[in-house]
Design a protein around this ligand. Structure first.
Ligand code: G3I
Length: 373
């Protein structure tokens, strides 16, 4: 038996032994992982074979429990991961002058150990700010607070984070200049955006820096204005020579809004690609409208919307990755209740970690979408 096989055999036995360790108390028992279904090629393989793309998912502390269904599914399906909460300011620095990197390090170590890329999500976000920092910015308007945070966090993960969402959700068409009136804008004006990009670039010159945005997929006048405002912001940053490399499209699809708007997405992607920027689909999931239909009908409606959306965006070379905002409905931020029935079914796996038609739609789009634009 040659060395490689010996190593593999030893590793396999070690992992069996590790899994033989008595599991924690039933109250926090992770789902035990059993390959309940015949294996299928991982989504990361379909992505890699299609224009060398990545497939990823948002991870949280439940899905990072070794040996759990979430852990094993992410291990198998993903070539990239994003921390759903652990990389945000309010998690990393919940109190002034205190950093808590435990969960962020745990997530980064999973990526390092299993050779996964990472998206850093996110540096500046109005909903990801600890209260003390919001208050201090309002009182002092001192940029040093922002600089110190970025210069502390970004270098720590420069080896594993490929892309940072430097500013999350800056667009608001009800705000002046169509920008969200967050504390950063109030304290520093529009310049906060480019200043944050320069800070992140200084902290990790090799890391790709992104704006990440939602509400861009449908034909409503509001979303049309959001697309236009976003294109204008990206043009402004690029024309000023700001180190911005890409745009994250969150892609929280919503069946209440009808079918995704192909012409609007084509125009957005064409203009963004025309600026020389890349695009990452960063938070793909689907909010359902109708939940009284059969589970199969509900799952088919979700899968059809995902297929429609991905068939459009994967047509563009500039689109380099697809990340779903979680893998199982069990942990989705869209879950409305815990009775297992009314929960939203907007992710590739159900609450029992069984594959759903949405997963097949993602695989189909990743396998077939040969970019032509
Ligand atoms: O883990 C703690 C728990 O210990 C504590 O008891 C509990 C009560 O405070 O909070 C738990 O942390 C929560 C965390 O999710 C983990 O579940 C935070 O309060 C909660 O604010 C956090 O919500 C996240 C939210 O962003 C705000 O950061 C969601 O999981 C996450 O899905 C959501 O993701 C956002 C993207 O970042 C941006 N785009 C929209 C998307 C959905 O809102």
């Amino acid at each position: 038996m040659d060395r490689l096989v010996l190593v593999e055999r030893r590793t396999f036995l070690q992992s069996l032994a590790a899994m033989a360790v008595p599991l924690p108390a039933a109250s926090c028992m992770p789902e035990t992982y059993e390959p309940l279904e015949p294996a299928v090629p991982p989504l990361s393989q379909a992505a890699a074979e299609n224009n060398s793309r990545l497939f990823g998912a948002a991870m949280n502390m439940q899905t990072l429990v070794s040996g759990s269904a979430g852990y094993e599914t992410a291990l198998r399906e993903c070539s990239s991961i994003t921390a759903e909460w652990s990389f945000k300011w309010d998690k990393i620095a919940p109190r002034r002058d205190e950093y808590d990197f435990e969960e962020a390090d745990h997530t980064a170590d999973f990526a390092r150990r299993h050779n996964k890329k990472m998206r850093g999500h996110t540096l500046l976000w109005h909903l990801g700010m600890p209260e003390w920092a919001d208050t201090q910015l309002a009182e002092t308007g001192d940029w040093e607070l922002v600089r110190a945070y970025i210069q502390t966090v970004v270098p720590r993960y420069a080896d594993i984070v490929d892309e940072w969402d430097v500013v999350n959700e800056p667009i608001d068409i009800t705000g002046g200049d169509n920008l969200r009136q967050n504390q950063f804008l109030r304290s520093f004006g529009k310049d906060y955006i480019e200043r944050a990009f320069w800070e992140a670039h200084e902290a990790a010159p090799q890391t790709k820096l992104f704006i990440n945005e939602y509400g861009l997929e449908y034909a409503s006048p509001e979303e049309g204005q959001r697309r236009l405002s976003l294109i204008r912001l990206m043009e402004y940053l690029v024309n000023r020579g700001v180190p911005v490399h890409g745009l994250g499209l969150q892609a929280h699809l919503d069946l209440r809004k009808g079918a995704v708007y192909a012409d609007g997405l084509h125009g957005l992607l064409r203009d963004i690609a025309g600026l020389g920027l890349t695009v990452s689909i960063t938070e793909l999931d689907v909010r359902e409208q109708e939940r009284s239909q059969s589970l199969l009908d509900r799952d088919r409606a979700v899968a059809d919307e995902v297929q429609r959306y991905l068939d459009i965006v994967l047509n563009f070379h500039a689109v380099k990755s697809v990340t779903t905002w979680g893998l199982s409905d069990k942990n989705s931020w869209l879950a409305t209740s815990r009775d297992g029935k009314a929960d939203n079914r907007g992710l590739p796996y159900d609450t029992q970690w069984k594959r759903k038609p949405m997963r097949a739609a993602i695989e189909s789009a990743l396998s077939q979408g040969r970019p032509s634009a």
